[in-house]
Design a protein around this ligand. Structure first.
Ligand code: ACO
Length: 428
């Protein structure tokens, strides 16, 4: 607590509100009693200045380009940690010791299979369904298959549901891919790593032996870690809001997947690669940069800009290195990488982007890597959902355990018609 307060002067009088400090980052003004004392609401569409919760999971300093998970810098985690170590860290607050890690890895590994009947569910979709529509449906349907982990008041059931979600998302994402290309579903393999197993379920076919390439496995590990959590972004806030009503975790994560799908959020990596392909050649870059700056043209540079980062997204740096490594390993010379480099160079030296503090975000290079590995663009956001599930379940657990948690219920500034009497249709 703190003795600091913030005063609000209104015609009706002055009211005072506590100022709460975080461990780092800006203080927040606690306005929970504002309506009770003044009869007024605050107005903040898009939550640009509003903290919706307390959280001890992820810290971002967008001005400095800092991203910490439970205090650990993202570049250290991306370099040194296993994906499941990061998942444990997000969920439990500290890095696991060896026996905690072994137990966690074991639990995730032994929950990777999905109920066999779930395969029927996939077959109900058209082959050309977008994998995100399949993910929304199938993940939401998990609550119909795993009744024994939907009592959110029981911490044990919450933990089992969390493990199930982290474990089954790669299986479901791989099944969505297999279904779309008309190949048989591939069962998980317990001797492989989390990412290795995902690559196996996605790319192996019964007719051939599939060897996981360690460079690709490492790239996927980094991509998953870089996408694991990002504090109160749109999809995480959606998961929290859905969960605040007491909805079961599978339904909440399905809500998060739906929100992530949008091109301003998780859909941006698909949009970024499509944009780079459309630009096609480094010599066209300037034309597209000019279009992005033109107020009368709706075109934006996809993979550029961020609500929170007003500096280089620290995840984008790791992505750039990973893109170079993967293309080298696979011996691919993709002109799209040259276009990306040129676009980044021109934009970073252009006054419009400098003044607005628009830098490449995590999505700028990720599409190039995923494309090189062999994922179709429609799968990109599904992979993001897979990785972000760990963050979603960690944030959902934190919210449910918070004694101050209430059902999320924003207020509004009503600007519609005032009272008027109904007129029968014959008289209108
Ligand atoms: N290209 C050109 N101009 C841009 C871009 C861009 N990519 N992003 C923002 N701007 C401009 C806006 O036109 C606006 O200009 P104005 O002040 O003259 O009106 C200004 O910069 C601020 O932009 P806002 O849209 O108000 O910023 P906001 O914080 O609401 O949006 C967002 C952030 C949605 C990420 C935006 O930068 C964008 O649309 N980027 C492209 C999509 C993208 O890459 N999304 C991925 C985000 S990261 C993630 O989800 C993992």
């Amino acid at each position: 607590m703190t003795d600091k307060t913030a005063k609000l002067d209104l015609e009706s009088g002055t009211s005072e509100y506590p100022v709460l400090p975080g461990s780092v980052g800006p203080d927040v003004i606690d306005i929970r009693k504002l309506y009770g004392t003044t009869g007024k609401f605050t107005y903040d569409p898009g939550f640009t200045s509003t903290a919706s919760c307390q959280s001890a999971i992820t810290y971002i300093d967008g001005g400095e380009g800092v991203l910490l998970h439970r205090g650990y810098p993202i570049d250290q985690l991306a370099e040194k940690a296993r994906f499941l170590e990061v998942a444990y860290l997000l969920l439990h607050g500290d890095l696991p010791n060896q026996s905690e890690l072994d137990e966690f890895v074991n639990s995730i590994t032994y929950h990777t299979m999905v109920h066999e009947q779930l395969a029927q569910f996939f077959r109900g979709f058209r082959r050309d369904a977008h994998p995100m529509s399949v993910m929304c449906g199938v993940v939401g349907a998990l609550s119909a298959f795993y009744h024994d982990s939907t009592d959110i008041t029981d911490p044990r059931q919450r933990l089992i549901a969390s493990h199930r979600l982290i474990a089954k998302m790669p299986t479901i994402a791989a099944m969505a891919y297999k279904y779309s290309v008309g190949q048989p579903f591939v069962y998980p393999r317990n001797d492989l790593s989390y990412t290795g197993n995902f690559l196996h379920m996605t790319f192996s076919v019964p007719a051939e032996n599939y060897e996981v390439n360690p460079v690709i496995e490492n790239a996927m590990r980094r991509i998953f870690i870089l996408h694991a959590d990002h504090e109160q972004n749109a999809s995480t806030s959606t998961v929290r809001l859905a969960g605040s009503s007491g909805a079961n975790p599978f339904a909440c994560i399905a809500a998060g997947i739906a929100c992530l799908w949008g091109p301003a959020h998780g859909g941006a990596n698909e949009a970024a690669l499509n944009m780079l392909r459309e630009i096609g050649d480094s010599k066209n870059v300037k034309k597209y940069v000019d279009r992005a700056k033109d107020k009368n043209d709706p075109f934006r540079l996809m993979g550029f800009g961020h609500r929170v980062y007003k500096n280089y997204d620290p995840r984008a740096k790791v992505m750039q290195t990973t893109a170079e490594e993967v293309l080298k390993e696979l011996n691919i010379s993709d002109p799209v990488l040259d276009v990306a480099r040129e676009l980044e160079h021109i934009a970073l030296n252009d006054d419009y982007f400098i003044e607005k503090k628009l830098y490449p975000n995590v999505d700028f290079y990720s599409g190039i890597i995923l494309n090189a590995i062999g994922f179709p663009t429609e799968m990109f956001t599904a992979l993001f959902a897979l990785a972000r599930t760990t963050g979603w379940v960690a944030q959902w657990n934190e919210m449910i355990s918070d004694p101050e948690q209430k059902i999320g219920r924003p207020r509004q500034l009503y600007v519609g018609a005032t009272h008027r009497d109904f007129v029968p249709v014959s008289e209108r």
